[in-house]
Design a protein around this ligand. Structure first.
Ligand SMILES: NC(=O)c1ccc[n+]([C@@H]2O[C@H](COP(=O)([O-])OP(=O)(O)OC[C@H]3O[C@@H](n4cnc5c(N)ncnc54)[C@H](O)[C@@H]3O)[C@@H](O)[C@H]2O)c1
Length: 353
């Protein structure tokens, strides 16, 4: 079988995970790279053995040889580039969040529907983590019963990456759209993707980026500039679904918290589960409450394995061997939830669907 020829658009930090995972897949040829910063595109092309590199994504999409693209650009160009790629007849793996607005998301879905059986996979990488996939098997077998509540916290004490992440125009928002997207999707996916009926949310812009803090390091975007920050530093929300289930979430770039928190929990009628910080399943047997820890290589989210699984799955979908578990319509639903949280925060009232 011919190798699947891949183009990567956006050659910054996260593109490394895409490049490495494609490189490890023997069915793939990394064919071309594009970045607004041509030096970065060239550097990655040399590193990963791509033939061609560009600063204009249209030139990459014009290559007939390319079957599929990974889009790893800032959030503000996900919709435009994905739609152009679909129209150019390419399969698309687009990083999370799908885009910035519901309108853009619906336009992307329309482009997928109009394409000739091209797939668009959304980069909800946590769906591909081993701990998620193991738990999903338990849930699908009914071990947790009906899941009626989920609770997720992803709190950074100090971790506004700055650069485009802190520029609402390019990112669409702060920790909610950057971190919340992962944990909200993870819960929603494992809850069986119920339909959202209402959202109440808050965002706070109280602490800024705290660039004054010394002696504590954290991830910073390449173009970090402490004078610019237009995104929230904390967000929380209560999301209700049509089956009566609810999801409570809070996320921060910075907060006066004692330590970083990454906790994701699901609660069902027959059992509960903690996915992060490590997978554990709670049940009741013979009048006793039982906590079970699966014997698997990694109980927490394994970043490298998660991306490898995501990319391998995408390649199989491109080859027609599988149907994506992270389709565009799921990205649209998550955009509805995220934008409703921002709207609810602005209006001070609940958003209903
Ligand atoms: N799945 C995850 O866990 C995860 C983690 C980090 C980032 N991301 C997502 O990946 C995307 C990129 O994030 P990053 O951390 O790599 O940012 P980054 O700033 O390190 O890299 C983005 C790159 O895209 C380039 N770019 C921007 N617009 C472009 C355009 N129109 N055409 C060509 N190149 C363009 C920039 O020059 C930059 O080199 C974001 O959507 C982010 O939300 C996902």
């Amino acid at each position: 079988m011919n190798p699947v020829k891949i183009g990567v658009i956006g050659a910054g930090s996260i593109s490394e995970m895409h490049f490495d995972s494609y490189k490890n897949n023997s069915d793939v040829e990394i064919y071309a790279v594009c970045d607004l910063n041509i030096n970065r595109a060239e550097e990655k092309a040399i590193k990963y053995g791509a033939n061609k590199f560009y600063s204009d994504y249209q030139e990459l999409l014009a290559l007939d040889e390319i079957d599929a693209v990974s889009i790893c650009t800032w959030n503000d160009s996900h919709a435009e580039i994905s739609i152009a790629a679909m129209r150019a007849g390419k399969h698309v793996l687009v990083e999370k969040p799908l885009c910035k607005t519901v309108k853009e998301a619906e336009e992307m879905q329309k482009a997928v529907n109009e394409s000739e059986s091209k797939i668009l996979q959304v980069g909800f990488v946590r769906r591909f983590a081993t701990n998620t996939q193991v738990l999903k098997k338990f849930i699908d077998s009914g071990d947790l019963g009906e899941i009626y509540y989920a609770k997720a916290s992803c709190l950074r004490v100090l971790g506004n990456p700055g650069g485009w992440f802190a520029d609402k125009e390019r990112s669409g928002g702060g920790p909610l759209i950057d971190l919340g997207v992962h944990v909200i999707d993870l819960c929603w996916y494992l809850m069986g993707k119920p339909k959202v009926v209402s959202v109440t949310g808050n965002t706070y812009h109280k602490l800024g980026n705290r660039a004054n803090i010394e002696h504590k390091s954290y991830y910073k975007a390449a173009d970090y500039d402490s004078s610019k920050n237009s995104v929230e530093d904390l967000s929380n929300a209560l999301i209700r679904f049509d089956n009566g289930a609810s999801l409570l979430v809070d996320v921060s770039f910075t907060l006066h918290a004692q330590k970083e928190v990454m906790e994701v929990n699901l609660f069902g009628e027959k059992g509960g589960a903690t996915i992060e910080p490590k997978l554990e399943i709670m049940t009741e047997r013979h009048d006793t409450i039982l906590n079970s820890t699966p014997q698997i290589d990694t109980l927490t989210f394994d970043f490298v394995k998660g991306f490898q699984n995501e990319i391998n799955h995408f390649v199989e979908c491109v080859q027609g061997k599988a149907k994506t578990i992270s389709p565009v319509e799921d990205g649209v639903e998550i955009m509805k939830i995220l934008t409703a949280i921002y709207e609810s925060s602005e209006t001070g009232s609940e958003v209903t669907f």
